[in-house]
Design a protein around this ligand. Structure first.
Ligand SMILES: [Zn+2]
Length: 241
């Protein structure tokens, strides 16, 4: 059998746009993606248009729920290191300015520093994006160090806990972690890109694990006692994946 190459058909049902492709498939299937405006639909060759529309109409509540969920979902995209780009610092937006450093200069590059409303990145032509990302991480870590002590002290006093070490590093899938046995806490430097409440919450969350390991009712009660709005903060945080 030959698959005829028929261009996809765009159909709008109750304000939702669908990109319909006739394919050699047995059942109708569809895919909703946060970054795509249209829902992609694969339809068997012989299914009547009326049946397709009926099916899609039935799926609309589900599609709307999915879209609604994604609306509130924030994703942190890695910086591209282009001049004028927006760099986040505790929910504040800083414009990225690139300072080109001549090869002969003794200045160490790449290096990030803040200067009135801007994040200035000193770079040489040979500096890779990876090196720039590293320099940005270093800056985030320094900034995090500057503001962390009072937050740690506040939760230490409130919870009566002691830790042995606080590590600050980039983590891909978690905002923080706690090893209750060793008392070691790790915080993700990406927290510096979030709103200030996120750092307060994650520090509290990890320190609370020194009292209670699991995410059980006792653990949640500790959070609620100390930071009643912790659920809203958690919900508003960007997604790590
Ligand atoms: Zn936890």
């Amino acid at each position: 059998m030959i698959d005829l190459d028929i261009p996809p058909q765009v159909v709008v049902v109750e304000g939702h746009s669908f990109l319909i492709r006739r394919k050699r498939v047995r059942t109708l299937s569809f895919r909703v993606r946060p970054e795509e405006e249209s829902v992609r639909v694969s339809v068997p060759w012989l299914m009547s248009e009326q049946r397709v529309l009926e099916f899609l109409r039935d799926q609309i509540p589900w599609i709307e729920r999915a879209r609604q969920r994604w609306k509130g979902l924030k994703v942190l995209r890695p910086p591209r290191f282009e001049a004028g780009e927006e760099i986040l610092l505790r929910g504040e937006i800083l414009k990225l300015a690139l300072d080109r450093v001549p090869p002969s200069s003794p200045v160490r590059t790449p290096r990030a520093a803040r200067a009135d409303g801007e994040l200035r990145l000193s770079v040489r032509a040979r500096d890779s994006k990876r090196a720039c990302a590293h320099a940005l991480d270093e800056w985030y870590r320094d900034e995090l160090k500057k503001i962390l002590s009072p937050i740690l002290e506040k939760w230490r006093a409130a919870l009566g806990v002691e830790w042995t070490a606080i590590d600050l590093k980039r983590m891909k899938t978690r905002w923080g972690s706690c090893q209750p046995l060793t008392g070691r806490i790790t915080l993700n430097i990406e927290l510096m890109r979030c709103d200030p409440g996120a750092l307060e919450y994650v520090v509290l969350h990890e320190l609370a694990h020194l009292i209670e390991r699991g995410h059980n009712a006792r653990f949640r009660a500790i959070l609620s006692q100390n930071l009643p709005e912790w659920r809203e903060i958690e919900k508003a945080m960007p997604v790590l994946r």
